[in-house]
Design a protein around this ligand. Structure first.
Ligand code: RRO
Length: 308
């Protein structure tokens, strides 16, 4: 019998599918992903201050994917951490690990967020070092540069205790493997890759102006899969810590590519906008069928095999 369960950073997941951060905005609404059968669920990235988000529209479907500039819409750490405490308590019995995602542009701010979250004991903490939609009013993402990524990781690891910390990285850099390596050297327990690609822009040719309220945004969906596969492949070559691979997964073949490139867990986000949350049950069945057809008992037999 093939088995979908996965160990990632010492945490047990019933299946490798993770809802990436930001697909659902409200903390309590993440119950939809738990009920749909995701193996793990990442909450929307929290920031120090409450953020309304960017002007509407914030998301748009184009021919080969989606573009978003949500602008970190979230309740802020004070209210957000209270909501997370309630959510974790309510769902702790369901054996679906919850990942808390945090975003800041200063080390001190990151540390404040981590200090607030550690007592709530989530399964993992994700440091979002890579939001593409923050440059203008909020400074640059720390993860665009390896020195800053390393510093934040090493400081966070001093206060995160036994909770594994993973770094979510951007594909929009010259050398993603180098940044992953620096995160690992500074104590990261895992890497999540990739955040959205770009930024890109879509123009409404009738109105003669960019469609998104913020004009440009990060791209996700099928168009970005080959970039995600390449990034995961390069990261796998550079580090020993496990990888949560994501970017454009729509079907089982996409999952297998990411695993063969080196991913242990798989993020499935944009596909839920196309097919609804039920896509997870479809992907689970298709993955089991693939494993049984190819005599794969455990997914770890496939992780990184494209490097052999
Ligand atoms: O909120 C956003 O605009 C956003 C975030 Br935090 C992120 O990490 N990636 C993305 O595509 N959008």
């Amino acid at each position: 019998m093939s088995n979908l369960s996965v160990n990632f950073c010492g945490v047990h997941f019933n299946n490798p599918f993770i809802l990436p951060s930001g697909i659902i905005t409200e903390v309590k609404d993440h119950v939809r992903a738990i009920e749909a059968g995701f193996g793990g669920v990442t909450l929307k990235s929290l920031t120090y201050e409450r953020r309304e988000g960017n002007p509407l529209p914030r998301m748009w479907k184009f021919d080969c994917g989606m573009i978003n500039s949500v602008g970190l819409r979230n309740a802020g750490i004070e209210k957000g951490s209270e909501e997370i405490a309630v959510f974790l308590k309510e769902h702790s019995g369901k054996k679906v690990p919850i990942l808390v995602s945090l975003f800041a542009t200063k080390v001190k701010e990151f540390l404040y967020l981590v200090e607030k979250i550690v007592p709530l004991n989530p399964s993992l903490i994700e440091l979002n070092l890579s939001c593409p939609n923050v440059e203008d009013e909020f400074g640059k993402s720390l993860g665009m540069e390896k020195g800053a990524s390393g510093e934040i990781m090493s400081e966070v690891k001093k206060i995160s205790g036994k909770i594994p910390v993973i770094a979510k990285l951007s594909p929009n850099v010259a050398n993603i493997a180098d940044i992953a390596k620096t995160c690992e050297a500074n104590g990261a327990d895992g890497i999540a890759a990739i955040n959205t690609l770009g930024p890109g822009m879509v123009i409404d040719i009738v109105k003669r102006k960019p469609i998104l309220g913020a004009k440009k945004g990060g791209m996700s969906g099928p168009a970005v899969l080959p970039v995600a596969v390449r990034c995961v492949y390069e990261i796998y070559d550079a580090v020993k810590i496990p990888i949560l691979g994501m970017g454009g997964v729509m079907k089982v073949e996409d999952i297998i590519q990411l695993i063969m490139a080196g991913a242990t867990l798989i993020g499935v986000g944009t596909a839920t906008y196309y097919k609804g949350m039920k896509v997870i049950e479809e992907l689970k069945s298709a993955l089991l069928k693939y494993m049984e057809g190819n005599k794969v008992k455990d997914l770890k037999e496939l992780v990184g095999v494209a490097h052999n």
